[in-house]
Design a protein around this ligand. Sequence first.
Ligand code: 5GP
Length: 202
Amino acid sequence: MRSNKKKFLIILISPSGGGKTALYRRVLNDNENIKYSVSFTTRKPRVNEIDGVDYNFVSQKKFLEMKNKGEFLESAMVHGYWYGTSKEYVSQILEKNNIIMDIDVQGAKQIIQTAVDQITIFILPPSREIWLKRLKKRGSESEESLSVRLDSAKKEIMQARDFDYLVINDKLETAIKEIEDIISAEENKTKRYINIKQYIGG
Ligand code: 5GP
């Protein structure tokens, strides 16, 4: 049966090490009707990252061409590389599914300015100590890139109140439940029902 609810973007924002990757993977796993927004980036793939699955890895030339043609819903330079979300990709998925996206504060703010229906969820680790431990455990960062990420994370945290929801990622299961509860409540907002009359035979 065709869904009777309008679809929307679920934007997860968090500083590096906030743990949002584990969160959105579980949300995607638990909810077949939610799809992941695969971003474009000029950063090089890390070990285990697959082109077209984790990101669309493109050259700076290609990225800037797309940007100049207005193909991105949002785009931002993060830690020295370009990242962007394709308008066409998002609008295709929104025809049938909600989309979860993992983007930075600058990108999230750009989307808030558009007419696209979206909810924004800011994710934070429970403490500075745990945050540092998670960042270091990831092991993919040089000391230099770690300190760049720490600096930008501090600035991002100051902007948490610009977003709709705040979830503290202490226990993974609790954070997942909180995110899924938010999504479920948002899905049931009356404004998202396409046809309410059908429930009383109208
Ligand atoms: P990473 O390179 O570690 O995968 O991601 C670095 C940062 O870029 C993260 O904060 C991530 O949320 C952000 N990011 C990933 N994709 C996009 C995107 O399409 N747009 C924006 N604005 N940020 C993105």
